[in-house]
Design a protein around this ligand. Structure first.
Ligand code: FAD
Length: 757
């Protein structure tokens, strides 16, 4: 049984300091402290390797940290979302795409971005280098443009700091190498660096001299003392009146801050950076920390550079721990001098340290070694730590929390496990529930039971689902549990009308239970309300783990109800969503799934089946089911047996979630896989087919899986095209319905077509 949550530590942004915090909390968890990371990007860039990526020395994966496995290692919840504000009074982080996230202690490491707002036209006609993921997409367009266009192309970088210098040299190296490899003239590319004052203003004369020479030798035109006054399409206008025509304009000027920390009321400096003490605590709110570019440490002005964010990681982790444990934070003095290794694109670098500077390929090799070692700390994580730290963190368990911990393990069951009515009524008062006229007594006038009128002329559908959370995110879990439950009603061709919710909340202090319940029901209601399904009551209790289920009623004209037994020989089998959720989440539990895979799986699980069901009906489907716990093979076998037919599956056509075959190949499957593999359900052609990871995935249990239907073969192609247009991009014809079953397996796998020579 898990330790009750006593305090919430929320980290906003997966920047260079927070990755260190996550690693340290993973190595030594704090019992009673729940970590949540809110991150706009699943993959966070490591700034030191970005120029090397642009220059073509590193792949995208080489220079990005996958936050999902790192968060899993730390035992942290990863909310892939963007923070847009802080409600300081309510102690909530406001997010773009989910309900507010409660915190006891908060830390910001959200970086900075070049400031485009001050120069007219810059936002419209220039490309900022940050956020880096947006820039990477633009960089790919530049690569394609250079190849597609054989005219002269002028590429300009605005900003003469280390970032701008590295960027222009890296782009030059990569683009020229690309053209040379294709026997095209690399000299048709022109590179220009434009800077307001002098280049590398915060570096020594010696470093400046070396990099000026590097730019000159490589033919990069330099415009110093040329502050840009305005940007027009393909043109820079400088303050002195000079005009610089450019085909691509990239913006790497001084770092600017996001506006929301200051707008939320946090004390910030004139540029919007969060003012923090030498302990990294906000000068006005000691429970809020900031590190990296977004922090302005009082008394220690420093340039905005990743090296400071990296160095702040360990003291930030230590001070977060101290404050969570009720102890005073310790001061941290950032270093004054730091070694800058500025790459020149072609596997050479200039080292700048105080007044000294050196250049050479050996410095690039040194930089490469340092950077790769840094990345390994976050990509090659130690084996997952035990789920629970051995002892309560001293100080975390304050008086009320200690009472919870003491009671933990000797909780009452039965009716006494029911959630307090205060919590429930406070949560219900904050929720909005769709109303239906046939509901006479629902949540708005609670009684012993809900009172609902039958819908004239309709048959009623009833179904129930309940399962424990497979993700540590009550809001998303609520959304997925509701989507999953509604799948049964849609698979019968019906409309969902009412829902009763059955919720289990982990033991804890009232404030935390209330927040989890609110998050979970907010997610569920977003889905139920959109389906027009009224939540009319339910039951909630405390238990070991977060769990949620629904008893749903729906309606369907009796003659229109789809049955599993309606498959007809000759039909095509259409599946609306990819499979693989069971294996992917089994891998995620072991920290073995990539963040982007889990992100895509979660997105797929939230797609409602309603539009798919309506589409399948339009194209003449006669039988339908939703693919859930028994896996694609189990559900198709049920349909085939009930219909008295045999089904043929084409393994190559079954849509798979990204990463699912990889994790199966690595030997990771869901715990339900073995029981789903019913001998005799599926006939493989040969041992090779049976050993194919795609074959194993036929038995993978699905959560909120797609609809599987029998559709007239001649209309199946159009049906799939329509489904894709409706937002089911992986919809596919996966096989066909054969003739009557004459014994043997209800499903057989089609032979793979001969390989093309
Ligand atoms: C081309 C270039 C090269 C550079 N090279 C170097 C170098 O070699 N060495 C060096 O020391 N510095 C370098 N820098 C500077 C360096 O990039 C920054 O100083 C560094 O990235 C700051 O780190 P950080 O932890 O503050 O934030 P970041 O590394 O920017 O991380 C911020 C994180 O927060 C997330 N985030 C942002 N906003 C939100 C939000 N609202 N909600 C949730 N999440 C959010 C982002 O997704 C990201 O994961 C370079 C900069 C550029 C532009």
């Amino acid at each position: 049984m898990r330790t009750p949550v006593i305090k919430d530590l929320v980290l906003i942004g997966g920047g260079h300091s927070h990755v260190a915090v996550l690693r340290r909390f993973g190595m030594a968890p704090m019992r009673g402290v729940r970590l949540t990371l809110i991150g706009r990007d699943v993959l966070t860039p490591y700034s030191g390797m970005l120029p090397g990526f642009i220059a073509g020395h590193y792949t995208f994966e080489d220079c990005h940290i996958d936050l999902a496995p790192l968060a899993a290692f730390a035992g942290a919840r990863f909310y892939h979302d963007e923070a847009v504000g802080i409600d300081l009074a309510a102690r909530h982080v406001l997010c773009a795409g989910r309900p507010p996230v409660a915190f006891d202690v908060l830390s910001l490491d959200i970086g900075s971005g070049p400031n485009l707002a001050d120069v007219p036209g810059a936002a419209e006609h220039a490309t900022p280098v940050k956020p880096i993921n947006g820039f990477v997409a633009h960089w790919e367009r530049i690569l394609a443009r250079v190849l597609a266009d054989d005219r002269e192309l002028r590429i300009g970088v605005v900003g003469g700091g280390a970032g701008g210098v590295e960027l222009v040299l890296a782009m030059r190296h990569r683009l020229r190498a690309m053209l040379t490899a294709r026997r095209q003239d690399p000299d048709r590319l022109r590179f220009v660096l434009i800077t307001a004052g002098r280049m590398l203003a915060t570096h020594s004369q010696a470093a400046r001299r070396l990099l000026l020479r590097a730019l000159e030798q490589r033919g990069v035109a330099l415009h110093t003392d040329s502050p840009v006054a305005a940007v027009a399409p393909c043109l820079l206008r400088c303050v002195g009146g000079q005009e610089i025509p450019l085909d691509e304009i990239l913006w790497v000027t001084q770092a600017g801050a996001a506006s929301w920390p200051a707008a939320s009321g946090l004390a910030c400096d004139a540029a919007g950076f969060v003012r923090v003490r030498d302990t990294l605590q906000s000068v006005t709110d000691p429970a809020i920390f900031a590190a990296g570019d977004i922090a302005a440490v009082e008394g220690y002005p420093r340039p905005k550079a990743g090296v400071f964010a990296v160095r702040q990681g360990p003291p930030l982790a230590e001070n977060l721990r101290r404050v969570l444990a009720g102890r005073p934070a310790r001061p941290f003095v950032p270093q004054r001098r730091f070694l800058s290794l500025i790459s020149t694109g072609d596997a050479c670098a200039v080292a700048s340290w105080g007044g000294l500077a050196f250049a050479g390929p050996w410095l690039w090799r040194l930089k490469d070694r340092i950077d790769r070692r840094f990345m390994r700390r976050f990509t090659e994580l130690p084996a997952m730590p035990a789920a629970e730290p051995p002892a309560p963190a001293p100080g975390v368990a304050n008086a009320p929390a200690q009472a919870v911990l003491a009671a933990h393990g000797m909780r009452c069951g039965g009716c006494a496990a029911k959630l307090s009515s205060d919590i429930l009524s406070r949560v219900l008062a904050r929720l909005t529930v769709v109303r239906r006229e046939e509901v006479l007594i629902g949540l708005d006038a609670p009684d012993d039971a809900a009172l609902v009128l039958p819908v004239a002329g309709m048959a009623q559908l009833h179904s129930a689902d309940y399962f424990r959370a497979f993700i540590d995110d009550p809001y998303l879990f609520g959304r997925i549990a509701a989507t999953h439950a509604l799948g049964d009603i849609h698979a019968m061709g019906g409309d969902a009308r009412t829902a009763l919710a059955i919720a289990t909340l982990p033991y804890g202090i009232a404030r935390k239970i209330e927040d989890d319940l609110f998050q979970m029901l907010t997610g569920a209601l977003a889905v139920l309300n959109q389906a027009g399904c009224a939540l009319i009551g339910g039951h909630s209790s405390e238990g070991a783990e977060l769990a949620l289920g629904f008893a749903l009623t729906g309606s369907v004209p009796i003659e229109a109800a789809w049955r599993k037994r309606g498959l007809v020989a000759g039909q095509a089998l259409v599946l609306t969503k990819p499979i693989g959720t069971g294996a992917l989440f089994a891998a995620a539990m072991r920290g073995r799934a990539r963040g982007v895979w889990i992100d895509a799986a979660l997105a797929s699980m939230q797609i409602s089946a309603a539009a798919a069901a309506a589409c399948l009906r339009r194209f003449g489907a006669t039988a339908c089911t939703d693919v859930t716990g028994f896996g694609l093979a189990g559900h198709l076998a049920e349909m085939a047996r009930a219909s008295g037919v045999q089904a043929a599956l084409d393994l190559a056509s079954v849509p798979l979630l990204d990463g699912a075959p990889e994790v199966v190949r690595a030997g990771i499957v869901s715990t339900a896989q073995a029981q789903n593999m019913q001998p005799g359900d599926v006939l493989a052609q040969d041992a090779a087919q049976a050993g194919d990871p795609r074959f194993a995935l036929l038995f993978d249990p699905q959560t909120a899986g797609g609809l599987l239907a029998g559709v007239p073969a001649e209309r199946a192609g159009a049906c799939v095209a329509a489904l894709r247009r409706l937002g089911y991009p992986a919809a596919a014809v996966i096989g066909q319905v054969l003739g009557q079953i004459t014994g043997g397996a209800p499903i057989r796998i089609l032979e793979a077509p001969p390989a093309r020579v």
